[in-house]
Design a protein. Sequence first.
Lengths: 408, 228
Amino acid sequence: MVDRNVVSRLRLASARRRIDAFLEQIGSLRDSSFPHDDGKRALKLIEEFAREQRANVELPDDFDSRMVDRACLQVAEFIERNTSFLGFILRSTNVRNPFELHDPLKDLIAQVLGNEALLLISAEWNFVPFTYPRNIGILPDFVLIGTPAPEAGNVLITPLAGHEIGHSIWHRFDLEKSLSGEVNRATLKALQVSEVRRKRLLLEQGIDELGINILRGRCSSHALRQLEEIVSDLFGLQVFGSAYLYAFEYLLAPSGYPQDIDYPSEKRRLEIMRQAADGLSIDIDDAVYQRWNEKPCEARDRDMFTVVSEVVNECLGPLRTILSEKMSETGIVPPSRAAVEDVLAAFRKQEPYGGKATLPEIVTAGWVYLRERHGLPEPEQAGEYRVLNDLMLKSVEVAEYRGRLGLA
Amino acid sequence: MLSVSEIFDRLNLEHANQSRLSIVPKPDEERARERGGTSVDLRLGRWFRSFKQSQSTHYELWAEPVGGNGREKVRAIGTKEHFVRFGSEFVLHPGRFVLGVTLEWLSLPVDLSGYVTGKSSLGRHGLVIETAAGIHPGFSGCLTLELANVGEVPLVLSPGMEICQIFLHKTKAPKERADTSTDVDPKANARNPGTFSGRRKPAIDLPKVDATFEKLKGPMRSDKDEAT
């Protein structure tokens, strides 16, 4: 039989070597050219946690083998969980990123999440719209905004950052707690609509008759996830106005992704945003709402999706009220129509805007310009598209310049 | 050559006026008028482009047309971009060369041209900025600056510092030379930006091979005849 201490020695040596390699990786990343300090701070935080992990595997070989195994497992999990963040931080230093956006986006985040909030913008190689993980335990004060790698420098997709910040708002204001009572009531009601449906649902979900509370819990949980997505959409819309919907269309239309039960259907999302846009008097090109394809849920989730949709519809009213209260606390309003017109006038003359404008106003003007030029579809218009991007970024830089000088 | 007062008169014209000059962000008018003279100072922007060490033995200073000349293509010179935020610094070591860019985005009307020069106060410390680069009528974009440290100590550059100055001249208005000129209307230019127009980062495009150069660098006619 192999000596238990020999196994422990080998396992501990491996764990130490792995965490040392992780720390070395952090060391080499520290030498990158960080355009802003937040990336360095994120690295420092991760390093502190990694050093704790390193200390945890400084155990003698004859230590309780279960404790040794647990410490080794923790190291393995830590590395698995956090290596992707090192990649994210490294890519945040790539010059393809529009670094000019960092300060205005951070200001926006500070407005809703407080001055302690930190920001990382980076290109994602495995980018999937709207599904970037949030709430990273190791980086609690950070908002991470991932952009699709081939379009890291595309300012026009910036409004989607509003969606990511919306998730932070959901957590910051604990909207789940505020809405859970309403969601539970609506779930009970939805499950009582039809006994046949309820029984089918229990069967589909593999829950026996006595497990109705489990079913209710699952429905509520899915409904809350959908409501979180709606909050994120509404926040993006309120902050970036029509540009949010144009960016949404750019990345998702004509869609046809398989329906995820934790998301309302894209058609429904657009309906909800359209109502909100009307309420906020935001002008949006009607073409955005056209020709969205939908794929149904997997067969076993169809009834569940129907019930969850009913619950979400019931809770939309309370959600709008709560969100509206929170938004007025932040003081964030949609882009000013007059400011967008001024920026647009400059873009039409191939000039950046030299006056006072916010990031959402500048990006909205960019989208309006692009749409009035029919999307610049011709190959010979590629230069104009590139110039538009530079005009937006220069306008953002000028806004920062004006802010630093205290110009009105 | 335009005086400072005339430059600001042009800057203050209505947006719709075809003679309007645009510099964004606009230079401090009061300070410039006080200083007088015939130039406006421009500030250093936040993007730099340095040159990479490489294994290539040389680089051609022209861009071959598509299809090339049949020879193995010499790769474009490798560069690296750097972003330096306000309040940070870029150190230019003695003997080193880097491309910078003006913070300001210029848009010239069709009846103005100009040139950019360094500031003598910086030149005296070893910082050479460009060699009287011309700015054509209708130009739009940030100006690329060739920054070289010809001094003996490292020089610290920081975005927002005054780095160069532009002088502007009146050119013959397009109407006066309509028969001979193919001058670009700025509106048209906006729809079809030129190679060096409309950029916020330092540009490094190579000049394209034109028909004359193509003929000059090819074999002599008699050599060709012999070959056939």
